[in-house]
Design a protein around this ligand. Sequence first.
Ligand SMILES: [Zn+2]
Length: 66
Amino acid sequence: MRLLNFNCIFPSCSFKRNEIEEEEFLKHLNEEHHKDMLDISKKENMSIKSVEMITVSNSTVFINSG
Ligand SMILES: [Zn+2]
């Protein structure tokens, strides 16, 4: 399982974790930001799944390991 660093993109949130599974961050999103994501999905006319994917992608901190 690939471990990633996440820095939650929602401004009101201070969630920041290193070396966790994507699943763990998804759990955080669904527990803490379900309503935020729902609002975005309505506003942007996207599925909540798409909003979730974009949020995960934008919250991932990529580190060059080389
Ligand atoms: Zn968060």
